[in-house]
Ligand binder design. Structure first.
Ligand code: ADP
Length: 380
């Protein structure tokens, strides 16, 4: 079977009509960022921000059309909006997309329907990148699995998906019915990441509505099955895209990861406020790279000043969930795709992660009344 080309895809899309212009989507010039690799096709359709919802059938039609082509293994089509609602000029929309509105009933309701078999969803977030959010998300997920729970891991960090590498998974997800994707699996947990569809090195320009659409597909169109908990590795930061996500995903609670420096804690505070704004309970703070345990002499060094996150958690009125040292093994194992919790379960750091996961589970149980269900629905 010969490799599907961009021309083949555009030719097929020539038969899909854009209801706004009446032209086909290719002539209308609304296909963006078309990529194809090993039969995996991804692109965006640009639509006016205010018509996003009504363009869903067009998105689906385009996706089905491409998926039907011989040689196509998967088709991922997302909607994107060039300009925010009400802007008539030619200014491109800044990353982060349309300003998020306050939580709306139907959106949250819809969120709950996205993942019918999933009993609870927790976000692992950080105020900024590089603090070890993804490493923490992976090890909490594995710690929860070690506690006997069925766990999924959703990589919502679509700007820098790291789950394929950290979880040691390569290849593409399978689609048995041509409509939904089976999540990838390793170490007993189910994993989904945009990194399975798009190369890690391929730069993608994501805009607000596109981010949301990609994320919703990774929830709705993936066979997550029955899970006790889905751990969501959030994109770093506290911008509009993150806020929208915090609001649309029916989160049971959030865990904030920070390093101990003052400047990182300032960002962590922003993260906390973001979740509070959308009424998602913050389960607590994890201090990562808390201290350095020298492998040569076993001496402990407080490189970044230890304990800052604990104090900050107290000040902010949230729990401190635990600390993890900066350790060469954590980095090496994480970058090798063998997270420390599974590679060295007897290590102190693995023990720390399991303790943190245990506290998270207690919070989940409390938040869901032991049912691990019913993400909070906010109707305003
Ligand atoms: P983020 O998701 O916040 O951007 P990552 O989890 O990707 O951060 O971590 C960034 C880098 O730091 C990775 O190379 C990771 O292996 C390393 N790292 C994270 N936590 C630790 C730790 N406790 N000790 C040593 N290295 C760590």
């Amino acid at each position: 079977m010969s490799e599907i080309t961009k021309d083949d895809i555009l030719e097929a899309l020539g038969g899909v009509i854009d209801p706004i212009s009446g032209k086909d989507v290719v002539s209308a010039g609304i296909i963006q960022g078309l990529q194809t690799k090993d039969g995996n096709v991804a692109f965006a359709i640009e639509v006016p921000a205010e018509r996003g919802a009504e363009m869903e059938p067009l998105r689906k039609e385009a996706e089905n059309t491409v998926f039907a082509l011989s040689g196509v293994v998967s088709a991922t089509v997302v909607l994107t909006a060039e300009r925010p609602q009400g802007t008539s000029g030619s200014q491109p929309q800044p990353q982060g997309g349309a300003a998020p509105s306050k939580p709306a009933g139907p959106a949250q309701q819809q969120g709950a329907d996205l993942l019918p078999g999933v009993k609870s969803i927790i976000a692992v977030a950080s105020g900024k990148g590089g603090v070890g959010k993804s490493t923490t998300a992976v090890n909490i997920a594995l710690g929860l699995a070690a506690g006997g729970h069925s766990v999924g891991l959703l990589d919502a960090d679509i700007y820098g998906p790291s789950m394929p590498r950290m979880m040691g998974i390569s290849g593409r997800p399978n689609s048995a019915d041509g409509k939904t994707l089976d999540p990838m699996q390793n170490y007993g947990i189910k994993v989904m990441s945009i990194g399975f569809m798009i190369d890690e090195e391929t730069p993608m320009i994501w805009r607000g509505p596109m981010v949301q659409s990609a994320l919703e597909q990774m929830m709705r169109d993936v066979n997550w099955g029955e899970l006790d908990v889905l751990v969501v590795d959030m994109p770093p930061g506290t911008g509009d895209a993150q806020l929208t996500m915090a609001q649309r995903v029916p989160l049971t609670g959030a865990v904030i990861v920070s390093t101990p420096q003052d400047i990182a804690l300032l960002d962590a505070r922003k993260g906390l406020n973001m979740f509070r704004k959308v009424d998602v309970p913050v389960f607590g703070v994890v201090e990562n790279m808390s201290y350095f345990l020298c492998p040569d002499n076993n001496k402990r060094y407080d490189i970044f000043g230890h304990g800052g996150a604990k104090k900050e958690a107290e000040r902010m009125g949230v729990d401190f969930l635990g600390e993890v040292p900066i350790e060469i093994d954590i980095r090496e194992m994480s970058d090798k795709g063998t997270p420390i919790t599974v590679a060295a379960p007897e290590s102190q750091s693995a023990e720390n992660y399991r303790t943190i996961a245990g506290k998270v589970w207690d919070k989940i149980e409390k938040a869901t009344g032991g049912e691990s269900r019913a993400p909070k629905i906010v109707i305003q």
